[in-house]
Structures are given as structure tokens and as C-alpha cells.
Design a protein around this ligand. Structure first.
Ligand code: 13P
Length: 247
């Protein structure tokens, strides 16, 4: 059985001083961990965190990647640039990018391609809004979001990770129940199985108000291979408890 993966998404939080304190606390507590741990940090802090985690088993992650290779795209960071800082994972299509930067399924698929091309594992984020859930469209929405990435990435698809993040659970304190989350994860696993014989290798993470209290039950579900943690990843004690729940 593959080990679980716990990824922290710091979003637009942090400072040089706060990052150092947080990462040092994690490294001390993480010494015994037997699961994968990654920190998806704001781009300006990649070099700092790369150096802080250099001697640890924590992996570096980015929160976004440009759909372009290079050139006149002010403000963007390419996959090659991320790779130079030792980035191993990169979020693509986070709901906040889809919502505030109008990222379409097609753009997200190209971003996943850019990451894969340089050996970075894209963590493809999918998830429905509350209105879509209430309209019974959850399965339709997440399958459409993942289908675009599968279509664009062909046989490389077993090299991605997926994060199911119901939009209504992000930052709200309202977590999907383990059964609700597992049901969607099973749909996503079946979709991957139809695309690759290696679907079992793909980490499918749950994200959305995961915390120290609810992590163990979520992570015990058959198709939940880890977590993508926002707010709780900024608190070392909470994040370490989630990591402990993933062992
Ligand atoms: P919260 O854990 O703060 O709900 O955020 C989830 C998330 O968006 C992680 O990418």
C-alpha cells in the first residue's frame, strides 16, 4: 500500500520570520513520520523554504505554475523556474485560482502538462460549489474537471496527484463527512482506472477544513490517500497531528 501524502497549502500567508518558526517546529515533530509531507508555499518563499527543509524529508510545493513555457507573461512563474528551486509538487486549478483568476479546465490541463514535463507532480484540484452539490451535480463537475486533465496528459496521468476539495468546505470549518468524501474519491479513482492501469498509484487527497480532530476518520477511507490542508497547516501542532493521523 502506498504511503499517504499530507500537503500543506499556506495560501497567501507567511513572512520570513513566521516561515522559519513554522518549518523548524515541523522538522522537529516530523522526524518519525512515515508518510509524505509537502509544503506548498508562496512563490517568494520557495528559496527560503527550500533551504530550511534541505536536510529533512519534507518536500517543497508551489501553489501555481504558468501555462506558458517562457516569455512576456508578467507576474508568472514557469515550471522550469519552480524546478530550479527543487519544487516536487505544484497545485494546479485550486478553486481560488478557478474563482478569482477564471482558470478554465483547459488552462488547468495545460498547467498540469507543464509541471509533468519538468518532473513536478501536479496536484490537480477539483471540487463542486455548494449550489452544484445541492443541484446534484457533484459527480458531473468533478469528472468534467478531471477529464480535461486526463485528456491532455494521456499515459502520464498516473504521475499526477488529485485533490478533491469541495468549495463549500474550504476555509468554512464545514468538512465533508468521511462518507461524502469517500463517495467522490471513489468516482475519481474509477475515472482514473478507466484511463490508466496504474490508477492505484495516484494519490487522491481530500481538502476542505481538514483538522486535527477530523483527519483520522477521513484518512481511514479506502480512497482517501492524504490531505491538502489550508488553515491547519499554519499551526505546527495541528499540522503534526494530521501527519500523525496519516501514519
Ligand atoms: P482549509 O483547510 O483552510 O479549509 O483550506 C483547504 C484548501 O483550500 C487547501 O488547498
Amino acid at each position: 500500500m502506498k504511503s499517504k501524502l499530507i500537503a500543506g497549502n499556506w495560501k497567501m500567508n507567511g513572512s520570513l520570520a513566521a516561515n522559519q518558526a513554522l518549518v523548524e517546529a515541523l522538522i522537529v515533530g516530523f522526524a518519525q513520520a512515515r508518510c509524505g509531507v509537502a509544503l506548498c508555499v508562496p512563490a517568494p518563499y520557495l528559496a527560503q523554504v527550500q533551504s530550511l527543509i534541505a536536510e529533512s524529508r519534507i518536500d517543497l510545493g508551489a501553489q501555481d505554475v504558468s501555462e506558458h513555457v517562457s516569455g512576456a507573461f508578467t507576474g508568472e512563474a514557469s515550471a522550469d523556474m519552480l524546478r530550479e528551486f527543487g519544487v516536487r509538487y505544484c497545485l494546479v486549478g485550486h478553486s481560488e485560482r478557478r474563482q478569482y483568476h477564471t482558470e478554465t479546465d483547459a488552462v488547468v490541463a495545460v498547467k498540469a502538462q507543464r509541471a509533468l514535463a519538468v518532473g513536478i507532480t501536479p496536484i490537480v484540484c477539483v471540487g463542486e460549489t455548494l449550489a452544484q452539490r445541492e443541484a446534484g451535480e457533484t459527480e458531473l463537475v468533478v469528472k468534467r474537471q478531471l477529464a480535461a486533465v486526463i485528456h491532455a496528459n494521456g499515459h502520464c496521468i498516473s504521475e499526477i496527484a488529485v485533490a478533491y476539495e469541495p468549495v463549500w468546505a474550504i476555509g468554512t470549518g464545514r468538512t465533508a463527512s468521511p462518507a461524502q468524501a469517500q463517495a467522490v474519491h471513489a468516482v475519481l479513482r474509477a475515472q482514473l482506472q478507466a484511463a490508466t492501469p496504474h490508477a492505484d498509484r495516484v494519490h487522491i487527497l481530500y481538502g476542505g477544513s481538514m483538522n486535527a480532530a477530523n483527519a483520522a476518520e477521513l484518512l481511514a477511507q479506502a480512497d482517501i490517500d492524504g490531505g491538502l490542508v489550508g488553515g491547519a497547516s499554519l499551526k505546527p501542532v495541528d499540522f503534526l497531528s494530521i501527519i500523525a493521523a496519516a501514519q
